[in-house]
Design a protein around this ligand. Structure first.
Ligand code: HSE
Length: 443
């Protein structure tokens, strides 16, 4: 049995999980792949840090450079995280021609192009299954399983923290701030929680998926992002009455080529966004609850597919890292060091659709004075922007008092909706900033 040696950087939750999974299933992996992965060294921040998973001290060092440079180390796993020194760790290993496995979505989102180019230049590979949706093999599916498909749609619930908070708000009728505080107390949400709840963790993951699916690197600044801070229990309840759940959704839509003569032959731009969305109860993604992740992929050959599982945590992430380790070990064994490049920039005309041009349906909640003519003024502001109403709810109130007014809006461009909302927000009868949430029908 051939064997390759692994140098790991990071002995925290993910590193500890990989150590444990290799102990548990390393022999199985070797039997299946025909090549074993042996842990040679682990670089950690401090030798005496408390660890959930006990690692033999003889494996530990605080010198990551010595791990990467060790001639006995054939594969490097960067599991340290962060966007600072992790970049240097990965580049150093790639320059030595060593394949690298990483779980680092934030770094890939910011520096993916540079890191993948370095892998190409040095004839080696960079594997990143664990960077998106934890234990769900979505990277491998896009890279290999769907290699013969044009990817028309990706919808992802890829942040467990947000999904957990929204699920509890829905089930308990609780407000965002209360659930967040409790989730932090219980260790389900980070402190500070901003990266998750403001949508940036989802943005990193959706950007990686969009880039991989469409063959050009989607930069984080090109992705429209909204988090879940402004979702209230009232919106979740009204959405429920209308037949929808609210989820934080990553959306990647390939638009058809326009009618203009300049439209590229291979279709139009790609919409890439992260925002809360109303999802019909009848759609499979509406029942993805708690900390679970799910990714929906529509290919032009395969049709619709859905992947579901745990998107974070020690064991699901370790499962993804082991899959990459097996691939890297096989490449080394077979001398196919770059059998399937990590990311191929094959789309020279690729571009991201400006969010203002993206079209969707909308849920709109206004707080209005209950007096004659208010609904007419709101409808007129929408009509002036060629926006149609598909349904209206106004719970019975007292004349003159403030009441919620819920409007479901037909397909409209975001630009027109923003103009109409600016107008509506200035109407004297409108008592609070309008709440607007997009509605996704998965067409
Ligand atoms: N904090 C993320 C989540 C996991 O809540 O899903 C790491 O990306």
């Amino acid at each position: 049995m051939q064997q390759v040696n692994l140098g790991m950087i990071g002995g925290g939750t993910v590193g500890g999980g990989v150590f444990q999974a290799l102990q548990r299933n390393g022999d199985l992996l070797a039997a299946r792949a025909g090549v074993g992965v042996r842990l040679q060294r682990i670089a950690v921040k401090a030798l005496d840090e408390p660890r959930k998973v006990e690692i033999p001290p003889a494996l530990l060092t605080t010198d990551w450079r010595s791990v990467v440079a060790d001639p006995q180390v054939h594969i490097v796993a960067e599991l340290a995280g962060g966007t600072g020194i992790a970049r240097e760790m990965i580049l150093t290993a790639l320059k030595l021609g060593k394949p690298v496995v990483t779980a680092n979505k934030a770094l890939l989102s910011a520096c993916g192009e540079e890191l993948f180019a370095a892998a190409r230049e040095h004839g080696t590979n960079l594997y990143y299954e664990a960077s998106v949706a934890g234990g769900i093999p979505i990277i491998k599916s896009l890279r290999e399983g769907f290699i013969g498909n044009r990817i028309l749609r990706i919808y992802g619930i890829v942040n467990g923290t947000c999904n957990y908070i929204l699920t509890r708000m829905q089930l308990e009728g609780a407000e965002f701030a209360d659930v967040l505080a409790d989730a932090q107390r219980q260790g389900y949400a980070e402190t500070p929680p901003d990266l998750d709840i403001d949508g940036h963790d989802s943005l990193h993951k959706i950007g990686i998926l969009a880039s991989l699916a469409h063959g050009f690197w989607v930069k984080p600044g090109q992705i429209h992002v909204e988090g879940i801070r402004n979702i209230s229990k009232m919106d979740i309840q009204f959405a429920g009455r209308l037949g929808y759940a609210i989820k934080l959704l990553g959306v990647v839509k390939k638009m058809p080529a326009g009618t203009r003569r300049t439209a590229p032959a291979n279709g139009g731009p790609v919409q890439v966004a992260v925002h809360p969305a109303l999802i019909p109860h009848t759609h499979v993604l509406a029942s993805v609850n708690d900390t679970f992740n799910a990714v929906f992929v529509r290919g032009d050959v395969v049709g619709d597919t859905v992947f579901y599982g745990r998107g974070a945590g020690q064991d699901p992430t370790a499962s993804a890292v082991l899959s990459d380790l097996a691939d890297a070990a096989l490449d080394l064994k077979l001398g196919t060091r770059n059998r399937l490049p990590p990311f191929v920039p094959h789309e020279r005309n690729g571009r991201v659709l400006p969010m203002a041009d993206a079209v969707s349906r909308f849920y709109l909640r206004l707080s209005v004075a209950d007096r004659p003519g208010v609904l007419a003024k709101v409808a007129a502001a929408l009509a002036r922007n060629k926006i149609g109403i598909s349904s209206v709810i106004q719970p019975e109130g007292h004349e003159g008092a403030s009441v919620p007014l819920i409007l479901m809006i037909h397909d409209a461009p975001n630009r027109a909706m923003s103009r109409a909302l600016a107008h509506i927000g200035r109407l004297p009868a409108v008592k609070a900033p309008p709440v607007m949430i997009r509605v996704e029908n998965f067409e």
